[in-house]
Design a protein around this ligand. Structure first.
Ligand code: CO
Length: 220
């Protein structure tokens, strides 16, 4: 008997259903990929990029890690970013996090998780950066939600301030960077109001996003 045979059976059914709707789908895709979107999301099993936005294989180039972090010396993320921007020429880069993020929750907890602590450090840095606002909040759920949102805005800013994206904008390659949050409770995506289309917009739009966030948090 084949190991995990139910997954192979699922796969056969899935491939057949796609083929039934569009007999040349796989043949076309096998020639090349030409995705319009680069998705940087959390590894959480409840936040699958393609399904959430109803897109097919070939539509989204995807990078996922714990808590959707964009870290300058992360070879993996930087390679995806470079290939997405320079080779695939994606039109949009979406940083999408989610409420109920285990990585964000762990960063708020004093308990050590071993090696993962090094990765969570980046979320703790976001917390430090916005501690004035976060420390004024009382409700732990509110703090969690706010840190999830702020983390996404910070990671989207990291995309904007990345050399790969800066160089693309400098040669007038059109790229829009977006900051989105997904609710695992109702399956709904929300735009966090930080959408950047050029280098000169980064700082003013970041300041505006953070100021309006603090005045009127999007989740409340
Ligand atoms: Co998560």
């Amino acid at each position: 008997m084949r190991i995990l045979s139910h997954l192979f059976e699922n796969n056969k059914r899935w491939a057949a259903s796609i083929h039934e709707k569009d007999p040349t789908f796989f043949e076309r895709l096998s020639q090349q990929q030409n995705p319009e979107y680069l998705w940087i999301g959390c590894s959480d099993s409840r936040v699958p990029a393609n399904q959430i936005v109803g897109l097919l294989p070939g539509d989204i180039f995807v990078h996922r890690n714990v808590a959707n972090l964009v870290v300058y010396d992360d070879l993996n993320c930087q390679s995806v970013l470079q290939y997405g921007v320079e080779a695939l020429k994606v039109r949009h880069i979406i940083v999408c996090g989610h409420y109920g993020c285990g990585g964000v929750q762990a960063a708020l907890s004093p308990t050590s998780l071993g090696r993962l602590d090094n990765w969570l450090r980046y979320i703790k840095d976001v917390h430090s950066l916005h501690r004035g606002y976060l420390n004024a909040l009382q409700d732990p759920v509110e703090i969690h939600n706010a840190l999830c949102e702020l983390n996404i805005i910070e990671q989207a800013r990291n995309v904007c301030q990345n050399k790969i994206v800066e160089d693309a904008w400098a040669r007038e390659q059109a790229i829009d960077v977006h900051a989105w949050i997904y609710s695992i409770q109702d399956g709904i995506l929300r735009d966090l109001g930080f959408t950047v289309t050029s280098r000169s917009e980064v700082q003013p739009l970041y300041t505006q996003a953070i100021e309006s966030f603090i005045k009127k948090p999007p989740h409340r």
